[in-house]
Design a protein around this ligand. Structure first.
Ligand code: TYM
Length: 331
């Protein structure tokens, strides 16, 4: 059985972008795969997190993933810092990856912003830790949104160079599983920016904890242009906000953009946004409700993560010990 690994950073409440780009796929892939899903708290602190907020966000994410359908009995849900193998393998990978490779990472450039000198060193080596997350389990399939593709290519470069430098065939190739629609959900305020859980504007995103009223308000206020929806996908050219809302509708209703436009083409945004709101509420409200219930018992959530970490450790520990032996550590 192929092993799946994926992660989400507890740097805020998961958004509809996280759901459509990743979490929904995580749930579906549980059939027929052995899955590990990780709350990547080591990655989260590459930008400063208030410690209490980090604790609470980690629990909120665990609750949301369980509410969305992650089965923590049959699969593994855990937080990254609880399994030290990730950080050990990441160090080895820091010594395999080349500075030139890291300099090409677009996410670092985006996240570091104008003042790159002031970014943390952790933010710079973020992708080597990601490679370690996956390869510590010899996982081969990684369900992610479009923005993580480049990091997975880097993981393959690192695995290949490790194998080559040490003359082994130890680390496998990893494959990105990116959904066909809504692989990059954009901000509701700016069609040129990704919807992000760490965006300062709450109006820019749908949180998976939002209730029906909040969702309706955010979609009503979502930025659009004036013309009605086109009847064909080509008509979305140069209309990023319209394209984004149509892509969200397509992903939520299991249709293509073309099929959505065949139904809604010619409609104004007032009508279309109402239909979209109904779809978003139907998906998000049950998750938000169940997550709220689970958050009432934080000790239970902590227990789920502890149990997941113990099972994750049992898989990662022998792999990382072997990597350390290959490198020449006495152990
Ligand atoms: P993070 O926390 O930024 O996002 C978690 C997942 O959600 C996807 N995603 C989106 N998809 C569509 N539209 C969006 N607007 C959107 N925003 C986020 C991301 O692509 C991701 O799949 N580096 C990762 C976490 C990570 C990881 C890993 C992933 C750490 N180690 C190993 C895979 C394998 C991250 O920060 O994701």
């Amino acid at each position: 059985m192929q092993r799946i690994f994926s992660g989400i950073a507890p740097s805020g409440v998961p958004t509809l972008g996280n759901y459509l780009g990743a979490i929904r796929n995580w749930v579906a892939l549980q059939e027929g795969h052995a899955c590990l899903y990780c709350l990547v708290d080591l990655h989260a602190i590459t930008t400063f997190q208030d410690p209490d907020a980090l604790r609470s966000q980690t629990r909120t994410q665990a609750a949301i993933l369980l509410a969305a359908g992650i089965d923590a009995d049959r699969h593994i849900l855990f937080n990254q810092s609880a399994v030290s193998a990730h950080a050990r393998l990441a160090w080895i990978f820091n010594c395999v990856a080349r500075v030139g490779w890291l300099n090409r990472m677009t996410q670092f450039k985006d996240k570091a912003g104008k003042d790159r000198e002031a970014a943390s060193a952790g933010l710079y080596v973020y992708p080597t830790l990601m490679a370690a997350d996956i390869l510590a389990y010899h996982a081969t399939r990684v369900p992610v949104g479009d923005d993580q593709r480049q990091h997975l290519e880097l993981a393959n470069d690192i695995a290949q160079k490790f194998n080559h430098d040490y003359g082994v065939t130890f680390f496998p190739t990893v494959e990105a599983l990116v959904p066909p629609e809504a692989a990059r959900v954009m901000s509701l305020r700016d069609g040129g920016r990704k919807m992000s859980k760490s965006d300062p504007s709450d109006q820019s995103r749908i949180n998976l904890t939002d209730d029906a009223d909040a969702i309706a308000l955010k979609i009503r206020r979502a930025r659009t242009d004036a013309p009605p929806l086109p009847s064909e996908a080509a008509g979305l050219e140069g209309r990023p906000e319209a394209r984004n809302l149509v892509a969200i509708m397509a992903a939520l209703s299991g249709r293509s953009v073309a099929a959505v436009l065949a139904e809604h083409g010619g409609q104004g945004f007032g009508v279309f946004k109402e239909a979209l709101t109904a779809r978003v509420v139907a998906t998000v409200a049950p998750i938000a409700g169940e997550a709220g219930r689970l958050l009432g018992d934080p000790a239970h959530l902590d227990g789920v993560l502890r149990d997941g970490a113990a099972r994750a450790r049992a898989i990662a520990e022998p792999v990382v010990r072997e990597a350390e032996r290959i490198v020449g550590f006495l152990g």
